[in-house]
Design a protein around this ligand. Structure first.
Ligand code: TEU
Ligand code: CA
Length: 538
């Protein structure tokens, strides 16, 4: 396997709106982020995935871009952006930009032109269709609820929007669209960014005649074109969000010889608590055996060709300690156990802001405390379909995206040190207990544990390139080995809140590299969420 600089990287994802406000308007911004670069450097991350900071009407918090070439004033200026890039570089940190290429804002000049008339040169930048039988062209549903088609009276046609009405889908089959987006990428590469995260990249090559939305027939051709036109010969790392991708598709995207993307975010493992074929709001309990099966399949499947991205959370997902761990009594143990499980696997780990201090889901008392358009649309839809208020609120508590979007909890000061003004979304009321300052003073610091895991990765090639082997164990125990040259590491994690008598050896002859309990591991007993890593003597 050809070595790449990002094989060794650890990514820290920043949702800038909620990270650090610098001017008291309640909105996190670039200067705020710059003031926290030392914190990210101290953690040991060396790449920041920066969620969109471009000009945007904020219908979907920046995922509706109205100008790819400018910074939204609420985040700062292009000068601030340049300063972010250079200040990060000074600390050995690179910036990965989030490119939303499947759709723009309806306030993007391309769409403003496109909707004017059917002969406009920008008409084909988007997907326009006549209605059928007095209604939309098809029954296609938007991912944010309701029809994916919106009627525009001016030209009496419908345009496609897989997300909100203010996020019209671009038509990638139109060559000028692709060229325009390649220009955007070149502009940012020239500025010195070192990575791109591509939003819903699996949706770009739709074939509407055949009802294909994700993974359209021309998808890989377009990605190869993009690679040729923009990425070839650069050191820029790419990760595509491909929610529905299975392992075979992931290999197609990430096999280096195909020259498409470096990694993808696939959702198979984080969809394990959803009912297949239903919406994400329809819940089932996670079976640990499913988690072992899926993660192991990806570890093995991408071991020769391609590369894994490793993640539990992002700005769309609930917090991992609340979701599959324990956000009360065993918050430290479960946060660190999930960290061990992921960070010793093969691939590039992504840490979502706040995960490194064990931030939890939020439970606001009323709907009007929430901010996310997906949440509001779902509420309306389910309410109209007869679901009870309590039932819907419960789904929001468990799965709503705002769980990940409450402000970063820095300290015990006003608004957790996030802002001196009124935050755009309330701070989680548990900030007096859960915050970065208190965490670092605690003898059970989650941050320091992450730091140690990152150091282990940075100083041991076995973590980057070692082979992966799942070990036989009880269903609630996830244990695996990494093997590299004459070295072997064994990783043991108890996924449950129970003490487990395990069939794995109760004492291991080797060096204990990291452990989230202070009592020694013995007699095959695993405490709730216990996690440990041994380097075995061969
Ligand atoms: O998310 C794509 C996506 O599939 C999500 O809609 C996901 O299914 C959902 O959030 C789960 O609840 C990306 C971005 O990460 C997200 O923030 C954007 O809203 C979306 O694309 C549209 O750009
Ligand atoms: Ca601000």
């Amino acid at each position: 396997m050809e070595k790449k600089w990002w094989h060794k990287s650890v990514v820290y994802q920043v949702y800038p709106r909620s990270f650090q406000d610098s001017n008291g308007d309640g909105i996190g911004d670039l200067n705020g982020l710059i003031s926290r670069l030392d914190y990210i450097a101290e953690l040991g991350a060396d790449l920041i995935w920066l969620c969109p900071v471009y000009a945007s009407p904020n219908d979907d918090n920046g995922y509706d871009i109205s100008d790819y070439y400018s910074i939204h004033p609420e985040f700062g200026s292009m000068d601030d952006m340049d300063r972010l890039i250079s200040e990060a570089a000074r600390r050995g940190i690179c910036i990965m930009m989030d490119i939303v290429a499947n759709h723009t804002s309806d306030e993007h000049p391309w769409f403003i032109e496109s909707r004017k008339n059917k002969d406009n040169p920008y008409r084909d930048f988007y997907v326009w269709k006549d209605g059928a039988e007095g209604g939309p062209p098809s029954s296609l549903q938007s991912i944010f609820s309701g029809s994916a088609w919106n009627y525009d009276p001016l030209t009496q046609q419908y345009y496609l929007h897989m997300f909100s009405r203010k996020q019209p889908d671009l038509n990638w089959h139109h060559p000028a669209v692709r060229l325009a987006l390649y220009d955007v990428m070149r502009f940012w590469i020239k500025k010195g960014i070192k990575g791109f995260r591509f939003d819903v990249i699996d949706l770009i090559a739709k074939d509407l005649e055949k009802d294909i939305i994700a993974n359209g027939p021309l998808l890989h051709e377009y990605l190869q074109e993009m690679h040729r036109e923009v990425l070839e010969g650069t050191e820029v790392v790419t990760v595509g969000e491909t929610g529905g991708a299975d392992l075979d598709q992931a290999i197609l995207y990430t096999d280096p010889s195909r020259k498409e993307l470096d990694m993808v975010f696939a959702f198979q493992h984080i969809a394990l608590d959803e009912i297949p074929g239903k919406q994400k709001w329809d819940l089932k309990t996670l079976e640990s055996s499913d988690l072992k099966r899926v993660l192991s399949a990806w570890q093995t499947g991408l071991s020769e060709k391609g590369w894994n991205s490793l993640f539990w959370s992002n700005h769309d997902q609930p917090r991992i300690v609340s979701r599959w761990g324990n956000d009360g009594k065993f918050r430290y143990e479960s946060a660190t156990m999930f960290a061990v499980l992921l960070h010793l696997m093969k691939g590039t780990p992504y840490i979502y802001q706040g995960e490194e201090i064990g931030m939890t889901n939020v439970k606001f008392p009323e709907l009007n405390y929430y901010r996310d358009i997906e949440t509001f649309n779902m509420y309306k839809e389910r309410n109209a379909a007869g679901h009870s208020h309590d039932n819907i609120m419960n789904s929001i508590y468990v799965k709503g995206r705002d769980n990940a979007r409450t402000p970063m909890q820095w300290n015990t000061e006003n608004n957790a040190g996030f802002t001196e003004g009124v935050p755009w979304i309330d701070v989680n009321s548990n900030f007096a207990v859960i915050n970065a300052a208190s965490d670092s003073e605690s003898n059970q610091s989650i941050f320091r544990f992450y730091q140690k895991l990152i150091q282990l990765r940075k100083s041991n090639d076995i973590v980057i390139y070692g082979d992966y082997q799942l070990l036989d164990s009880e269903p609630e125990v996830f244990a695996y080995e990494r093997i590299f040259k004459d070295e072997k590491w064994v990783i043991i994690c108890n996924l449950s809140d129970k003490t487990v008598q395990s069939s794995l050896p109760g004492s291991l002859n080797g060096e204990l590299l990291i452990h989230n309990y202070s009592v020694p591991y013995q007699s095959q007993t695993l405490h709730p969420y216990e996690a440990l890593v041994y380097k075995l003597q061969n």
